[in-house]
Design a protein around this ligand. Structure first.
Ligand code: GLN
Length: 193
């Protein structure tokens, strides 16, 4: 059975854990570098990216995740996407530089501007899904590198992207009934092993 780590320093890790368990994976809460040794993949949840990054740096999880990502898949959602991006527009924060996208934090506005919208997700020829996406103080993806594939867009802008085994979403797939994206991540993981 696949063991999926969920970064559990702050934010919405419990929901990701529950979704992974409902899909038959073993979820491992990751709080320190050693925990990664137990994982075949890692989800970085939404939350507050500045707080998560500060804690990651303090315990050395930043470097450990960069190394982990050389051979194992990551899935960053919302703040998690910000953390694994390569650049944050208009912000002094230096992300981990794993996914070749630039992002702008809080680019849809404040907490009150959070919203849910129908989206169409293209996960391959026989895997197209209509889903709902929750955007909570969400970032916007401003640029994507040449090796980055866009799997879903909202109003013409990328919101779900893949680069090799890594996935990034500007929204919260763990908060709606749409399991297709987590299932897709588990399939990416199987391809890596
Ligand atoms: N606004 C948060 C940040 O910049 C992200 C919000 C979220 O993860 N829902 O870190």
């Amino acid at each position: 059975m696949k063991r999926v780590g969920v970064l559990a320093l702050q934010g919405d890790f419990a929901k990701h854990r529950a979704v992974m368990e409902s899909l038959g994976a073993i979820a491992v809460e990751v709080r320190k570098p050693e925990d990664l040794a137990l994982c075949d993949a890692l989800i970085l949840p939404g939350g507050e990216s500045t707080s998560i990054l500060k804690q990651m740096r303090f315990i050395g999880l930043d470097e450990a995740i960069v190394n982990f990502a050389k051979t194992k898949p990551l899935f960053g959602t919302c703040a998690g996407l910000i953390l694994i991006s390569s650049q944050i527009v208009g912000d002094a924060m230096i992300p981990l530089g794993i996914l070749d996208v630039s992002v702008e934090r809080n680019a849809f506005g404040r907490q009150n501007d959070s919203f849910k919208a129908p989206i169409f997700v293209d996960l391959g020829p026989s895997e197209k899904s209509n889903c709902e996406a929750m955007f909570i103080r969400a970032p916007r993806i401003r640029t994507v590198g040449k090796d980055v594939k866009v799997l879903a867009s909202y109003e013409g802008e990328p919101i779900l992207v893949r680069q090799g085994p890594h996935l990034g979403a500007t929204f919260h797939p763990e908060l709606t009934d749409c399991l297709a994206i987590h299932q897709y991540f588990l399939r990416l993981l199987s391809l890596c092993h």
